[in-house]
Ligand binder design. Sequence first.
Ligand SMILES: C[S@@+](CC[C@H](N)C(=O)[O-])C[C@H]1O[C@@H](n2cnc3c(N)ncnc32)[C@H](O)[C@@H]1O
Length: 209
Amino acid sequence: MRQHVNPLSSNFNQIERIPSLSEMFGDSKSNLHLDIGCAAGEFLFDLALVNTRWNYLGIEIREKLVKNAKLKVFEREIKNLYFIFGNANNILNNVQSKFIFKNLKSLSFNFPDPWFKKRHYKRRVIQPEFINILSNSLQKGTFIFIKTDVKDLFDYMDYTISSNYNFKTIDKKDFNYSESFNPNKVKTNREKHAIVNQLDIFERIFIKI
Ligand SMILES: C[S@@+](CC[C@H](N)C(=O)[O-])C[C@H]1O[C@@H](n2cnc3c(N)ncnc32)[C@H](O)[C@@H]1O
């Protein structure tokens, strides 16, 4: 399985059809959380099975992972979980996806690829243009969660989102996790790895104002 995919490749210019919320979920009116760069989706499976009153949507650029995740959803008959294959930037910038923002209560960027070389920074999923799209599309009150074990990437993401006047930081201690998409503070795979290896984890919560 390839670990890194160049999101700027023209392979990702075409996006797959985005079904309506009622095609994706059993109850299309439930609160919706979007996880960007969800890999095989284990984090979302863990969440969806416990918090059945939330809907969970994952976007992932590695096609095989999405195919397998979709198959698992089908086999286990999970009604509050859906996966979309492709480059999240292209998907969320496409007119087909605009309806997603109406129900979206929160989105997460968990341990996105750091793309360490400066000439590859433009491959990072968080880009000023992308944050601008989110800023113009998200409803007021929508939360964005960022988390990484790479300090430089954290500073970059924090700066990029904070530079947009439509987002404000929320202090973690003032955040009511029990009402959120992740009341039990389920960890992602990368997060578990970071904890086992005693790596620092940097995180921040933003709210659209
Ligand atoms: C380091 S992994 C972290 C996976 C998971 N979020 C976690 O915390 O364990 C980053 C994931 O983001 C995906 N990814 C990178 N750029 C993306 C993009 N533009 N759109 C969608 N997925 C992307 C990668 O393929 C990879 O699966």
